[in-house]
Write a protein that binds this ligand. Structure first.
Ligand code: NAD
Length: 356
């Protein structure tokens, strides 16, 4: 029986991964999550009460709690997703990002290393630590080109800088101590159970309620969208078959401009839930995000050819499924308005900026 610790398993991608590992793979899973504003145990309803699933509320920065959780669960794999993840929040509150993403990853790596060192040889050889990261560490692309695993790091936001730092730590723990680490860098995810501060769920819910649809700048920024369940399958493949010390880029080859994403959501909603005017009329262009990267696009050739992973959804099929899920699951998103009510995040005080 494979035993997996997932950190951040109450988050968007972590919960998709936990559901996949328990329900599709039959693995025993311990979810370690602090339950910040972004953590939501309701996303784990499909595995609630399943004997293969356990939850422990803990902070990855708490060294003793991490050592204890790992020593008592005795995992074959640790899949590390816990992080502060929203770029806008990192602009006005970087401290939490440095604490969790950098110090938390360091603490977890040390706890994993202490456990791994204590294992007898066969278990030590098969143990894996997967560090889950983002394509944002590579910075911004122009109109052409793709991020490859060899693309130099060039992060723009406090979020991506903190993730870049954590990637370096994970790689260093492999090179220096031999800890069997694999790193994955993925493009933007979307899908069910996505906290409504991010572009796609925010747009779906605002459009459904006839509220304005804010688009940063002119909406030309391009993201490479991946359906979250495809990401969960990719992570499972990478931790199982990936080469130690290697990086695997994950992406679905689905580049879209933000404005086109918003238009697509409006069109699908107009068809599924007709309103008295086209929802695209709700679009409002707002001040751009500081340091907003122009374009991300992933070359996932290594993952596709070496590990035989393929995305199962394209953007059109995935967005249709996602919108239908939000229409069918008000029980999940309705209570979240007490945590976030749609206000603009990540705006700097212009008077202070000018003075600086
Ligand atoms: P999320 O914000 O939805 O979830 C993060 C989870 O981590 C939450 O459940 C939160 O409670 C938990 N957490 C935060 N700080 C913690 C701490 N100190 N200790 C323990 N738990 C803590 O994030 P997500 O979108 O699911 O992203 C998961 C991972 O994937 C992150 O590492 C992120 O950088 C990476 N990633 C995300 C995307 C994306 O599009 N969302 C793309 C590529 C990579």
């Amino acid at each position: 029986m494979t035993r997996v610790i997932v950190t951040g398993g109450a988050g968007f991608i972590g919960s998709a991964l936990v559901r996949h590992l328990v329900l599709e793979r039959g693995f025993e899973v311990l979810n370690i999550d602090k339950l910040t504003y972004a953590g939501n145990l309701a996303s784990l309803k499909p595995v609630e009460g399943n004997p293969l699933y356990r939850f422990r509320q803990a902070d990855i920065c708490d060294a003793e709690a991490m050592r204890d959780a790992i020593a008592s669960f005795r995992p074959d794999r640790i899949m590390h997703l816990a992080a502060e993840s929203h770029v806008d929040r990192s602009i006005t509150g970087a401290a939490d990002f440095i604490q969790t993403n950098v110090m938390g990853t360091f603490t977890l790596l040390e706890a994993a290393r202490a456990f791994w060192t204590s294992l007898p040889a066969p278990e030590r050889d098969s143990f894996r630590f997967l560090h889950v990261s983002t394509d944002e560490v590579y910075g911004s692309l122009g109109d052409e080109g793709l991020f490859e695993e060899s693309t130099p790091y060039d992060p723009s936001s406090p979020y991506s800088a903190s993730k870049a730092a954590s990637d370096h730590l994970a790689k260093a723990w492999q090179r220096t101590y031999g800890l069997p680490v694999v790193v994955s860098n993925c493009s933007n995810n979307y899908g069910p159970f996505h906290f409504p501060e991010k572009l796609i769920p925010l747009t779906i819910l605002n459009a459904l309620h006839g509220r304005p649809l804010p688009v940063y700048g002119t909406g030309e920024n391009v993201r490479d969208w991946l359906y979250v369940e495809d990401h969960a399958r990719a992570l499972d493949t990478i931790v199982e078959k990936g080469r130690i010390g290697e990086t695997y880029n994950v992406g679905g080859r689905n580049e879209r401009r933000n404005i086109d994403v918003v238009h697509r959501i409006c069109a699908v909603l107009d068809r599924l839930v007709p309103a008295n005017r086209p929802r695209a009329e709700l679009i409002e262009f707002v001040t751009d995000r500081p340091g907003h990267d122009a374009r991300y696009a992933i070359d996932a050739t290594r993952l596709e050819t070496e590990l035989c992973w393929r995305a199962q959804e394209n953007f059109d099929s995935g967005i249709e499924k996602t919108i239908q899920w939000y229409l069918d699951n008000e029980w999940w998103w309705r209570p979240l308005s007490t945590r976030y009510d749609g206000e603009r995040l990540g705006v700097l005080d212009q008077t202070k900026q000018d003075a600086a």
